[in-house]
Design a binder for this molecule. Structure first.
Ligand code: FAD
Length: 325
């Protein structure tokens, strides 16, 4: 018995979100009193792989194959499921990321495992039951689910678990699974980045704005605030519908769901469809000139004021603070 964690890389490097997933998987392994094994697929150098030991992995299965250089979902799912069988892993952990959302159900079917996606906490064992807390209804609610299958798949929501270092040696093992042609029916030819900025789902800090900004020509104040903080930018749906901002910035029920440590909402009313994608943010700051705006009900900090006056002042204050610290 062991816990297996799938570690995603971006161009050969692990992001902080990967180390969060490994830290979480180590806590699950601790709960079950067993070892944590990681599986990495792709061209990741030995030095990078060995950083996984710092977060609790005792062994890394290193899969390097020309056929798996880009993300091929069926083949990745087969490789990970077969690794779980080979290692006798009863629990598989992965990120509830874009690729994790596709992989988790496929792997669960292959392993005949129960699946908890959007997990937000380490499971609890209560009277022999394996209980796990997850978000439900696009983040509007929490559900506590019991996984009573022998094998279990857990997909962890981004920013849900803190990095936890644990000393220990890591062994890196070359793993060459058989890759079936039937799993290579879809191949990725090219990946073109939409932007070089911080990807919204991975962002720890997000500055988001809505129709209160009046038009695309006013977005420089949002970008300046985001730059001062090192944050990603986001927007409400009507803003991207109007073409003021690109669609990949649209958050909410019909857009991207984010759960950053800080979400600053500027000139956004706080409609339920918007809140569905942002309410699991750790700290919410709302800037709105209407004291009755519904967003204030879920805000940790609220500023009632005109965005065009408040935001530049906030940016200046952050720059001044950073220049002294
Ligand atoms: P508004 O509702 O127009 O609010 C603008 C806010 O700006 C107001 O609160 C106003 O007081 C404030 N304001 C105005 N001027 C200033 C100023 N100078 N300074 C400070 N504040 C100011 N919406 C989403 O965002 N994401 C979704 O995924 C989404 N999915 C949807 C799905 C469905 C099926 C439906 C029906 C709707 C969906 N919507 C979604 C739309 C949603 O219902 C709201 O209409 C939308 O979120 C409102 O956007 P907004 O807050 O930017 O604009």
């Amino acid at each position: 018995m062991s816990v297996l964690v799938y570690v995603e890389n971006a161009e050969g490097k692990f992001k902080k979100s990967t180390f969060e997933v490994v830290s979480y998987a180590k806590a699950v392994a601790g709960l079950l009193n067993t070892d944590l094994i990681a599986i990495s697929i792709g061209d990741v150098k030995q030095d990078e792989l060995s950083t996984l030991g710092k977060y609790g992995a005792s062994k890394v299965l290193d899969v390097k194959s020309d056929k798996l250089k880009t993300f091929v979902i069926q083949a990745y799912a087969t490789v990970i499921a077969e690794a779980a069988n080979k290692e006798g892993s009863d629990v598989l952990v992965l990120a509830n990321s874009f690729s994790g959302k596709g992989l988790a159900p496929r792997i669960a079917v292959k392993l005949q495992a129960g699946l908890a996606d959007s997990a937000v906490e380490v499971p609890k064992i209560e009277n022999g039951s394996f209980m796990i807390k997850k978000t439900a209804f696009s983040g509007k609610a929490f559900a506590s689910v019991e996984l009573n299958s022998a094998k279990k798949v857990i997909a962890l929501n981004p920013n849900s678990y803190q990095l936890t270092e644990s000393a220990g040696e890591v062994k890196i093992e070359d793993y060459q699974p058989e890759i079936k042609e039937s799993d290579l029916r879809i191949t990725v030819i090219e990946v073109v980045r939409a932007t070089d900025k911080i990807a919204l789902p991975d962002a720890e800090l997000v500055v988001s704005a809505g129709r209160g900004l009046k038009g695309s020509e006013n977005w420089s104040i949002i970008e300046e605030l985001a730059d001062a903080l090192g944050a990603a930018t986001a927007c409400s749906k009507p803003v991207s519908d109007a073409g003021w901002r690109p669609h990949e910035e649209h958050v909410g029920q019909t857009g991207i769901a984010v759960s950053p440590n800080l979400y600053i909402a500027v000139g956004i009313s706080g409609a339920i469809q918007h809140l569905a994608g942002v309410s699991s943010s750790k700290t919410i700051v709302v800037i709105n000139k209407d004291p009755e705006a519904p967003f204030f009900k879920v805000a940790d900090y609220g500023i009632v004021g005109d965005a065009f006056e408040v935001v530049p002042k906030l940016t200046e204050a952050i720059k001044a603070y950073k220049s002294h610290s």
